[in-house]
Design a binder for this molecule. Structure first.
Ligand SMILES: O=C(O)CCC(=O)C(=O)O
Length: 200
């Protein structure tokens, strides 16, 4: 994977992580096979994307007052977890002084078209590990990273089959978003592999 130099962040990227054939195969398997759900915010509005959460039984967490309880892994997601795990550079863990923890959960997002999105946020809950593997499938999606002062630090169109790893202090120093792109009419999927750990 290629390291992308952004001061205060640690990002790795591989555009051709999956072959076009594999990306299409996994996209079809996940559109049909994930238990997609349009959840509501604490104010009762639907979030602008469908979600499905899979993982090991201990990987529950709360985000924005929503409870995420993992469904048991399905074969396509298990296979992708292994591949994303193997591709995650040692330095993502070594630089943090962590052992290779790997991923025990994945949040799947389905953006049905360019009107679906995710607003600016960081994945920085205390139980969430700092290494996150983000795999893209389907139509291209703009992914942006912004500094705390709102300035743009990174903007990349993520094509199907690409893998982006966020590590180091990326979640502490930056927020990320997928803005609406109304011209996009095709669906796109993002999988964010995480490590959820509840300190005892
Ligand atoms: O689709 C993306 O790349 C962003 C997903 C995301 O921010 C999240 O799941 O927390």
């Amino acid at each position: 994977m290629q390291a992308i130099a952004i001061q205060g962040a640690e990002i790795y990227y591989q555009e051709d992580f999956l072959s076009a054939e594999d990306a299409a195969k996994f996209f079809d398997a996940l559109v049909a096979g994930c238990a997609w759900e349009r959840r509501r915010t604490s104010f009762g509005y639907p979030v602008p994307r469908d979600e499905a959460y899979y993982g090991d039984p201990e990987a529950s967490y709360r985000y924005s007052k929503r409870e995420y309880k993992p469904l048991p892994w399905i074969p396509a997601l298990l296979e992708l977890r292994t591949r994303v795990d193997e591709a995650t550079p040692d330095s993502a863990y070594n630089n943090l002084g962590l052992p290779r923890l790997g991923y025990n959960a994945v949040l799947c997002n389905l953006y049905r078209d360019g009107n679906d999105s995710v607003g600016l946020h960081a994945d920085a809950e205390p139980e969430m590990g700092p290494v996150i593997g983000s795999l893209s499938l389907g139509a291209e999606r703009l992914f942006r990273l912004k500094r705390k002062d709102g300035s743009l630090a990174f903007s990349q169109a993520l094509p199907s089959g690409s893998l982006l790893i966020m590590a180091g202090k990326t979640q502490k120093n930056f927020k990320h978003e997928v803005p609406k792109e109304p011209r996009i009419q095709a669906p796109r999927i993002n999988l964010t592999f995480r490590n959820i750990h509840h300190p005892r």
